[in-house]
Design a protein around this ligand. Structure first.
Ligand SMILES: Cc1ncc(C[n+]2csc(CCOP(=O)(O)OP(=O)(O)O)c2C)c(N)n1
Length: 204
């Protein structure tokens, strides 16, 4: 894979969160889990098409990857995807070294880097100026980490992650558009549907 040393965020195409999320969802054929982080990542996941295997994090920043880690460890035969904003990940950086240590090979993480806390008013994040998320991930031990150069490269990296021997992190530079949908705010229903989607609960 390309790493931060061969491709920096500055050289990548600015893409769109909803388009990339839709591209990911179109690839899924095996009841893969997809965990959306707070706000825009789960709004676009919802808008890309609700599936019982989708989990939508409603209130706290930085929990998409930790939740996805738990699901990946609990269900090692299932592929788990997690979508997180750059601001949220920067609030929970310790999760990267934990994931690198536990190293579930069935986990693919996507960081949607718009360089802003878009949903609270587009204040700049440290990723806008100084912090390179992929370089941070590599330094945490996530060696399968790369910036996607464009949409085709994103799809290639997703495909490649499905047969990787360790966890994968894909950084994507995105525009400052808000999410296109709004997830129905019902935490109990979200949890129960997801548990059913994971095959560990009877349907509601
Ligand atoms: C622990 C915590 N701190 C602050 C907030 C308020 N908050 C909600 S979303 C958000 C910004 C998220 O930014 P990012 O993850 O980069 O996603 P974006 O909005 O850019 O898509 C903030 C500050 C929160 N919900 N939880």
């Amino acid at each position: 894979m390309n790493t931060a040393t061969s491709l920096s965020a500055r050289n990548t195409k600015v893409m769109n969160r909803f388009d990339l999320t839709s591209r990911l969802i179109r690839k899924l054929e095996h009841e893969e889990a997809v965990i959306g982080g707070i706000g825009n990542t789960n709004f676009d996941l919802w808008a890309a098409g609700h599936r019982p295997q989708n989990f939508y994090m409603l209130g706290s920043m930085g929990l998409a990857f930790p939740i996805a880690l738990g699901v990946a460890l609990a269900q090692p035969k299932r592929r788990i995807f997690a979508l997180e904003g750059d601001g949220s990940l920067l609030m929970q950086l310790g999760s990267l070294s934990t994931i690198a240590t536990l190293a579930p090979k069935n986990l693919t993480m996507v960081v949607m880097d718009n360089g802003v806390y878009q949903i609270t008013g587009a204040q700049p994040t440290p990723a806008a100026a100084v912090a390179d998320i992929v370089a941070i991930a590599v330094a945490c031990g996530l060696v399968n980490s790369a910036w996607a150069a464009d949409e085709e490269d994103f799809e290639r990296l997703i495909d490649q992650s499905m047969s990787a021997t360790g966890p994968t992190l894909i950084g994507v530079r995105i525009d400052d558009k808000p999410g296109v949908g709004t997830t129905r705010r019902d935490p109990v229903q979200i949890r129960e549907r997801f548990m059913h989607g994971m095959g560990v609960r009877e349907p509601l």
